[in-house]
Design a protein around this ligand. Structure first.
Ligand code: HEC
Length: 138
């Protein structure tokens, strides 16, 4: 019995440390590749793509985590975390990319239990977001 409890303790500690490691260092090898498309802009290419999956929770009315995606500036700036969501020029370092690609446990966007209403972005859409960020997030 005691041994079983010790084993359980070790298992819990081990999986916790895996999760912490994942949070500190998302596995960017799992990201869909950036799209090969030039001249991307927030207004033309990105805003429409966020409408179905993000806007209901991150719009002008009581935005979750005080984060809004309905202007380029706000989408880049981030929310309550006070961490920039977009790092222009570096999609692989942008938290919003890690979240939409489900690389960060408990920060999957849209949240995994809400995806019946708010669909996950497709690999193509994540690729477009990445390309826009890599081109400087204009
Ligand atoms: C059903 C509501 C919901 C939807 C839809 C949703 N989110 Fe979120 N989002 C949240 C909640 C709740 C949090 C706060 C999570 C936390 O901090 O634990 C959050 C936090 C975030 C943050 C962190 C903001 C900060 O700096 O504090 C980002 C970035 C984000 N969401 C991006 C997105 C994107 C991009 C989409 C669409 C692909 C999206 N979210 C869709 C509910 C939602």
């Amino acid at each position: 019995m005691k041994r079983a409890l010790v084993n359980l303790g070790i298992t819990v500690a081990f999986s916790l440390s895996i999760q912490l490691a994942a949070a500190a260092d998302p596995d960017i090898s799992k990201l869909p590749p950036a799209a090969k498309k030039d001249g991307l802009t927030y207004e033309k290419d990105i805003k429409p793509l966020l409408e179905n999956s993000c806007l209901k929770c991150h719009g002008m009315e009581k935005p979750k985590s005080k984060y809004r995606v309905d202007s380029r500036e706000a989408f880049i700036k981030g929310g309550e975390s006070e961490e920039a969501a977009v790092v222009p020029g570096k999609s692989e370092k942008s938290p919003v990319i890690h979240y939409v690609a489900d690389l960060v446990t408990d920060m999957e966007m849209p949240p995994t239990d809400k995806r019946d209403k708010y669909p996950k972005l497709t690999a193509e859409q994540i690729g477009l977001l990445r390309a826009w960020i890599d081109q400087g997030a204009k």
